[in-house]
Design a protein around this ligand. Structure first.
Ligand code: GDP
Length: 286
């Protein structure tokens, strides 16, 4: 599942695999440290991981996995709601991959034979509205939009109301991502959240933050800023294809203590995979 990370790991891992037999039950601590560094896990975290492991040079694989998995203990906290529509608010800085991820989520739900309505509530950028409209057309889902500069919370309200009337299963609402104007953005996002609840009590059911997985610590700082504004429920990490950056997930998960819901592995509508810590860790160790 996470084979895309392997592609980026390059020669070192190849060399290690020649030394280690397939499916080793024991792992040499020095080699493990190299694997973790090569996976792009921040060095302080590699040191921390090594510290938490038993003091012997030859480590049992299950001990290593247990320590690595402890970084993703927030994974299994899905927010379940039987309410329809299930409303998701998509948050993140411009360029992180919000619009593309909305398309991917819509595609995922459509494949499950569920109906989807998009809300183009990033009314700050005309291009954002156009881009989302174009995806809606390609994926063949409905979209509620307005002109640039109009009230984003009104778009959110209209999208939810329309979805309720049409008995739509999923509402996915885009939002603006101009983090350089934090006070305005914070007020705007808080208002959208309030208005969602007004349109449908309990909505939004999930506030999802989109983070660019190639951004390292700056992604973590952005995430903290958004989390302070409106309490994020889960994250989706994009652009994990074609890079060795898989290890950035450790830093993000540790710093935010939030579940990683999906990871984006390409620009296409099908390039979204459910994040599974167990598979991810196996990919790093195998
Ligand atoms: P937004 O400004 O947050 O809405 O970002 P966009 O959805 O427009 O994405 C910004 C750029 O990143 C676009 O060129 C996307 O095709 C690209 N992108 C988004 N997600 C991924 C991903 O998972 N992998 C790759 N390689 N590119 C991505």
């Amino acid at each position: 599942m996470f084979s895309f990370i392997k592609k980026g790991l390059g020669k070192t891992l190849g060399a290690i695999k020649e030394i280690l037999p397939e499916k080793v039950e024991k792992i040499d601590k020095t080699l493990l440290e190299e694997i973790l560094i090569e996976s792009d896990i921040p060095y302080e975290l590699v040191e921390e991981i090594i510290y938490y492991l038993p003091p012997s040079q030859m480590l049992v694989r299950s001990d290593v996995k247990r320590v690595l998995q402890s970084y993703f203990m927030y994974e299994n906290a899905p927010i379940l709601s039987s309410q329809k529509p299930f409303v998701e608010l998509i948050i993140g800085v411009n360029g992180a991959g919000k619009t593309t991820t909305i398309a991917k989520l819509a595609q995922t739900y459509k494949k499950e034979h569920q109906s989807v309505l998009l809300g183009a509530a990033d009314t700050f950028r005309a291009a954002a509205i156009e881009q989302l409209k174009s995806w809606a057309e390609k994926i063949d889902v409905g979209i509620i939009y307005t002109q640039q500069g109009h009230d984003p919370s009104a778009v959110a309200y209209d999208t939810i109301s329309s979805a309720v009337a049409k008995k739509i299963d999923h509402v996915i609402i885009d939002t603006a991502g101009r983090l350089h104007n934090q006070v305005n953005l914070s007020n705007e996002l808080k208002k959208i959240v309030r208005i969602c609840d007004k349109a449908l009590s309990g909505a939004p059911h999930r506030k999802i933050l989109i983070l660019d997985g190639t951004q390292g610590s700056s992604a973590i700082n952005q995430a903290k800023a958004f989390h302070e504004m409106i309490n994020i429920d889960g994250i989706i990490i994009t652009k994990l294809d074609g890079t060795a950056k898989g290890g950035s997930l450790f830093g993000i998960a540790k710093a935010l203590q939030l579940p990683i819901l999906y990871v984006g592995v390409g620009e296409g509508r099908d390039d979204l995979i459910v994040f599974n810590a167990d598979d991810y860790i196996d990919t790093i160790l195998d």
